[in-house]
Design a protein around this ligand. Structure first.
Ligand SMILES: O=C(O)[C@@H](CO)OP(=O)(O)O
Ligand SMILES: [Mn+2]
Ligand SMILES: [Mn+2]
Length: 525
């Protein structure tokens, strides 16, 4: 095995965009990234659509599918595609779990909690529509929707589009035997959709809103959204929670005997709510106050090792032959580090949606606690602290393969603030300058890439000349850089190469044979 350590950096959300228009990557002062790009072997990789297992090339990339692909060297059909197929074939409604949920909901209510948009990163509104229509088919009489508002994977103030869409869909089904309506909701970055235990308080707030019907009351979701926008001037992801009430009574609390389905297919922001519903009396992340006896299921199994949730409607991609597993077979010592917001990306998603280590004796995971504040206020996030510890690990000589994710380009990109995102990208560049010194000290090889674009497009493309410029908070369809520092290699310049070609490339550089199931290496033989 080659004794030179390999260090891989994922610059989350840093894509390649020829235009400088709203391009925080191009506008950032990034002398190190420029030097690496101009002087080192490099290429561009697909990080969206089919290349990462999404339904179509119209689908933007995201961290789940990106880190899955990097971490297993293969392309697996992902949640969005699996659920589409499961619904199209109607197999989802033949499943034991669906039948139990439907049966259980008779005489009670069936609740759907999830992200209400067609962003196709965590969920899709069409999946929700199919579930509601089937609930009516099965003779369920009461359906309640608890709508988490997006503005992160879709235009930042598009919530009413989706509220109108789902409400007119339910209107079309409602009659004297069936009643579906929105019961509660709120911005996805304010309530419920926390991840990696960054802020359980969000889940607790969501619990009060969705389960207990405790929160500011409104007649309907449109009134809630318009009132909050008026009062707070925030975008959809940051809207506070709301409860729909009639004559002061919430229209849809979650009560004993009800069925509850979380219709998000992506796991990271679905696990904590699942633990709260599935948790027995030992659950201690927050005081649930009211813990209704419900039948709870997720749209997908979010973590097979941890059995989260106990019940689910769609089998997840069973990702095998991961890079970590293969490297452990060769006794390679690995080190993974990031801050909370992306810690699970370099562990859970990287290892094929598994939180557990493959080999305790060979793997080290380090989490730097993230700030719990709006990231446009501290765009440098914890990039310096990550780098401090990563340099220590590199210089210790204890590890053969080290990986990190700098969240800045993505987490600050999602705020929609171009100036803050420029600082975020510059923070990553500063980190890279520090890392290179450590890599040189140990005669290492540095790989610099990303999992999808975000910072590269901070404005929506104006529909017509002179139109109002709107901030863009979502990911992009752009390719990502792949740069090799410290090794004299020739990289393929093949338009079809994607994130799933990285695993074999890492194996090449470590001097171990790539797993036969992996896609080819990026290095010309
Ligand atoms: O924040 C998230 O959950 C997603 C966008 O919905 O971003 P990423 O895939 O980069 O984690
Ligand atoms: Mn990402
Ligand atoms: Mn993102």
């Amino acid at each position: 095995m080659n004794k030179r350590p390999v260090i891989l950096v994922v610059m989350d959300g840093v894509g390649i965009n020829k235009s400088d228009f709203g391009n925080a990557v191009a506008l950032a002062n990034k002398p190190t990234l420029d030097k690496l790009w101009n002087e080192c072997p490099h290429t561009q990789l697909r990080a969206h659509g089919l290349a990462v297992g999404l339904p179509s090339d119209g689908d933007m990339g995201n961290s789940e599918v990106g880190h899955n692909a990097i971490g297993c060297g293969q392309i697996y059909s992902q949640g969005a595609k699996l659920v589409n197929e499961n619904i199209e074939t109607k197999e989802i409604f033949e499943s034991k779990t669906w039948k139990e949920l439907a049966e259980n909901a008779k005489g009670h209510k069936m609740h759907f909690i999830g992200l209400l948009s067609d962003g196709n990163v965590h969920s899709h509104i069409n999946h929700l529509k199919a579930l509601i229509a089937q609930a009516k088919e099965e003779g369920i009489t009461e359906v309640r929707v608890h709508a988490l508002l997006d503005g992160r994977d879709v235009p930042e103030t598009s919530a009413l589009t989706y509220v109108d869409d789902i409400e007119s869909f339910m209107e079309g089904l409602n009659d004297d035997t069936f009643h579906a309506c929105i019961a509660s909701g709120g911005g996805r970055m304010q309530i419920t959709m926390d991840r990696y235990e960054a802020n359980w308080g969000m889940v607790e707030q969501g619990w009060h809103i969705h389960v207990m019907g405790e929160g500011r009351q409104f007649e309907n979701a449109t009134q809630a959204i318009e009132t909050y926008r008026e009062e707070l001037g925030v975008i959809d992801q940051d809207l506070p929670g709301f409860v729909i009430a009639k004559d002061g009574q919430p229209v849809g609390t979650i009560d004993d005997g009800d069925s509850v389905i979380l219709f998000n297919f992506r796991g990271d922001r679905a696990q904590e709510l699942s633990l709260a519903f599935d948790g027995d009396e030992s659950f201690d992340k927050f005081d649930r106050v009211k813990n209704p006896k419900v039948m709870y299921a997720g749209m997908l199994q979010y973590d097979a090792d941890l059995d989260i949730p106990h019940k689910y409607l769609t089998e997840p991609p069973k990702i095998k032959y991961t890079l970590t597993e293969e490297l452990c077979k060769h006794g390679i010592k690995e080190y993974a580090i990031s801050e909370t917001q992306k810690y699970g990306h370099v562990t859970y998603f990287w290892n094929g949606n598994r939180s557990e280590k493959f080999d305790e004796s060979l793997e080290t995971y380090v989490e730097i606690p993230s700030d719990v504040i709006p990231f446009e206020q501290r765009p440098w996030m914890k990039s310096a602290e990550i780098t401090d510890q990563l340099i220590e690990a590199i210089e210790s000589g204890k590890y053969d393969f080290l990986r990190t994710n700098y969240p800045n380009g993505d987490m600050v990109g999602h705020t929609g603030s171009l100036p803050a995102t420029i600082i975020g990208v510059e923070s990553v560049d500063l980190a890279l300058a520090r890392l290179i010194k450590a890599v040189d000290k140990v005669n290492g090889i540095l790989l610099v890439t990303a999992d999808h674009g975000n910072a590269d497009e901070m404005y929506d493309k104006p529909k017509k000349e002179g139109a109002l410029i709107k901030s863009k908070t979502s990911h992009t369809l752009n390719r990502v850089p792949f740069i090799v520092y410290g090794a004299d290699v020739t990289l393929k310049q093949d338009d079809s190469l994607g994130l799933s070609n990285i695993a074999s490339t890492v194996a090449d550089l470590l001097g171990v044979a790539p797993n036969e199931h992996w896609n080819e290496s990026i290095i010309e033989k």
